[in-house]
Design a protein around this ligand. Structure first.
Ligand SMILES: Nc1nc2c(ncn2[C@@H]2O[C@H](COP(=O)(O)OP(=O)(O)O)[C@@H](O)[C@H]2O)c(=O)[nH]1
Ligand SMILES: [Mg+2]
Ligand SMILES: [Zn+2]
Length: 286
């Protein structure tokens, strides 16, 4: 239903280019300027912000952003706010790379879902089971056959999700599958032939419904463990926690210490490959 009244309404910023913002609100999109008070308050609206808009012209779909609600979280690169969850997309799962993504995103405090795409050509079920046991939700999809469409749609419902993962795994193809049409460019070649579709370069929340948004923007691709201290690293391997508290030394690094409950659980409750990646990260070898 279209609202014709002129009262202030809440919306979500889906795009921002040169001080002009696109806001999704009550089933439509509005082209918005930001009120002058933000400049005085040194607030810059960002994509993802929940805001109040005051409609200027309903026919032109123009409005002014009059209020920005407090952000639940904020990412610097790409510059977005209020992300509910991150979907790490992989094709053939490389556990060292996946663990790197997991550590960095756990450090950011995000809810994470693993999506093993290209199920038509790769069997990721063994590795998927491992990560399921570790405590992660794992989905299997194919943007080619449509396999896993329901499960992915359900996981995204009523949330703001960002796609992460290396280039070429099918992130944009999954977006196109979800929309049922080509909203994103896919493949390597298409980067050269711009046919007016969205490239992954600019930041834009794509709206699947009133309250479901997806972000397909590179930015989590430059993975660096640099900012993660060796001290916090173990806590980012989520399955270590129940064991870590039983180690003989309270500051146990789970490397060479005696009576280490984490090490004792390796090969049993803790996967040896995950532990091995932990040691490599800890020693700065990856
Ligand atoms: N076999 C197969 N190929 C896929 C699948 N998803 C994407 N691709 C192909 O993988 C390539 C990269 O896809 P793209 O969506 O651009 O990956 P992105 O870089 O992660 O956005 C394209 O050639 C796609 O056609 C899939 O589920 N199965
Ligand atoms: Mg892409
Ligand atoms: Zn220990």
């Amino acid at each position: 239903m279209i609202n014709n009244d002129k009262r202030n309404k809440n919306g979500r910023i889906t795009k921002g280019v040169g001080g002009l913002y696109t806001v999704a609100a009550f089933g439509g999109t509005y082209s918005c300027s930001a009120a002058g008070i933000f400049r005085k308050q040194k607030i810059t609206p960002v994509v993802g912000d929940i805001c109040e808009i005051s409609i200027i012209d309903e026919n032109d779909k123009t409005a002014a952003i009059t209020r920005i609600y407090e952000r639940k979280n904020e990412i610097i690169r790409p510059k977005v706010s209020n992300i509910d969850q991150i979907i790490i997309v992989m094709a053939q799962i490389d556990t060292a790379l996946l663990d790197k993504y997991l550590v960095i995103l756990e450090d950011g405090g995000f809810k994470i879902i693993i999506c093993a795409n290209k199920s038509d050509i790769y069997d990721n079920t063994d590795k998927g089971r491992l990560y399921g046991k570790t405590g992660y939700e794992v989905l299997y999809t194919s943007a080619v056959t449509g396999d896993g469409y329901e499960a992915l749609s359900d996981a995204l419902k009523s949330k703001v999700s960002a796609l992460a993962g290396p280039s070429g795994v099918g992130k944009s193809s999954l977006v196109n599958m979800l929309f049922g049409r080509e909203v994103m460019q896919t493949g390597v070649l298409s980067k050269k032939i711009n046919r007016g579709k969205h490239t992954t370069r600019h930041i834009e929340l794509l709206s699947l419904s009133d309250d479901t948004f997806i972000l397909d923007t590179p930015g989590f691709s430059s993975l660096s463990l640099e900012n993660i201290s060796p001290h916090t690293l173990a806590s980012l391997f989520i399955e270590f926690a129940p064991f870590a508290e039983k180690c003989a030394f309270r500051d146990c690094a789970h490397i060479n210490e005696p009576d280490c409950a984490v090490k004792n659980a390796v090969g049993k409750d803790i996967d040896a490959g995950r532990y091995n990646n932990y040691v490599n990260f800890y020693q700065g070898r990856m």
